[in-house]
Design a protein around this ligand. Structure first.
Ligand code: GTB
Length: 215
């Protein structure tokens, strides 16, 4: 059975691949599995039918037979566990790849996501500059450490894994901020990931949703 995911009918990122369905699309492409997409309006995301799948009224979700899941990280892990290509066979290397998935979502994503929300929603608030500076300081510390760990390697721990996939989706949110300019190896890491054919197929698929809707 082909799995179905949900995505924005009209993504606020205008097809830049920043919404979290991109992670799922990319994971499916990396493991060579087809998937279907059900597009949702903001109103439909808050209706009972969707809340039954995603209690917080968000995208993405995943449905395959009698299994339905929410949380993009859990869904990427599920796809990676079901199909070869995103997690190493060696038990220790597999545990480390999963560790990097958590690092992306728990250590890097919170301040980066908060920064995005701040710049979108709170630009005219009195605390904007102070809060932005505080978040940027935290983000720079995280990037400094990540950059040090990556060094000249292509990927975080040996071969490309679901850990890299999630990390890159998180780091991409900083691309318009200029913060990444100070970390040339991280910028190259993102570019390397974006050059992967699976990434490009996923990116084009989500972009097509926006261009078709805008068209
Ligand atoms: N922890 C959950 C997960 O990882 O699945 C978070 C899911 C989530 O934040 N979903 C967002 C959502 O449904 C879309 S991806 N928001 C609507 C709501 O909460 O009502 C987050 C997102 C939104 C927009 C942009 N953008 O415009 O750049 C980027 C990312």
């Amino acid at each position: 059975m082909t799995a179905t995911i949900t995505a924005f009918e009209r993504s606020p990122d205008r097809g830049n691949g920043l919404a979290r369905d991109m992670r799922l699309r990319w994971a499916f492409e990396e493991v060579g599995q087809p998937y279907e997409v059900r597009l949702l309006s903001f109103e439909a995301m808050k209706e009972p039918a969707h809340l039954a799948l995603q209690p917080f009224g968000q995208i993405p979700t995943y449905e395959d037979g009698d299994l339905s899941l929410f949380e993009s990280g859990a869904i990427v892990l599920h796809i990676a566990e079901r199909h070869p290509g995103l997690l190493p066979d060696d038990a220790n290397a597999r545990a480390r790849a999963i560790m990097w998935m958590f690092a992306a979502l728990n250590t890097l994503e919170p301040p980066i996501f908060d920064r995005s929300l701040l710049t979108i929603l709170e630009r005219d608030r009195p605390w904007y500059e102070e809060r932005l500076n505080a978040l940027d300081e935290t983000i720079r510390k995280r990037l400094e450490n990540l950059s040090h760990h990556l060094g000249e390697a292509d990927w975080l721990d040996g071969a490309f894994s679901a850990g890299d996939l999630l990390m890159v989706t998180v780091l991409r949110r900083l691309q318009s901020s200029g913060i990444l300019n100070a970390y040339s190896n991280l910028a190259a890491y993102i570019a390397r990931a974006e050059a992967r054919p699976a990434y490009q197929r996923a990116f084009e698929a989500q972009r097509a949703v926006f261009t078709t809707a805008a068209g």
